[in-house]
Design a protein around this ligand. Structure first.
Ligand code: SAM
Length: 154
């Protein structure tokens, strides 16, 4: 578990008694250490491979029409018990819900990524910021105002 920095506040976690997640895949990135990950992914970042497990392959049908896809992932190496954090190692502490820090009660990360291509049940994307081996929680097409149908590409 990570150290607590100056000004940070931890709490005793209440017992978990809620929804059980089903991880639907795993994300492969070039980063093995948190300190090497970008703070936020960039669409000109390296290609990453989002492996979708069976039986969820058919759930990708139609996704190929989208250029931008939202990924939700479980920042599995995060501690979950800080309510006040000091992300910059300075005196500038902030509440967890005022930060996009990976340290949160339910460490869900989100990223809007560029979908380069789909190879079987693997999405090849750019724009991620997570460790290699990060569990995948969900995939959603980019938001659109009235219809969830993808516009034709090109
Ligand atoms: N883009 C996501 C968001 O905004 O919800 C995550 C942003 S968070 C600031 C990204 C940082 O989380 C990375 O720079 C890295 O330090 C850390 N991180 C990445 N993968 C992680 C993992 N699997 N477990 C814990 N921390 C992780």
């Amino acid at each position: 578990m990570q150290d607590i920095r100056a000004g940070e506040v931890r709490v005793d976690l209440p017992p978990a008694a809620d929804a059980a997640l089903r991880f639907i895949g795993v994300i492969h990135t070039p980063w093995r250490d948190r300190k090497d990950c970008p703070r936020q992914g960039k669409v000109d970042g390296p290609e990453c491979r989002v492996e979708v497990f069976e039986p969820w392959g058919p759930a990708l049908m139609g996704l190929e029409g989208f250029e931008t896809v939202e990924l939700l992932y479980w920042l599995h190496q995060s501690r979950r018990d800080l309510v006040v954090q000091n992300p910059g190692h300075t005196k500038d502490t902030r509440g967890t819900f005022a930060l996009r820090s990976p340290v949160r009660p339910n460490p869900i990360g989100t990223a809007l990524v560029r979908l380069e291509r789909i190879e079987g049940t693997v999405l090849v994307v750019r724009g991620l910021d997570c460790l290699d081996g990060t569990p995948l929680v969900d995939i959603k097409p980019d938001r659109c105002a009235y219809t969830p149908l993808a516009p034709p590409k090109g």
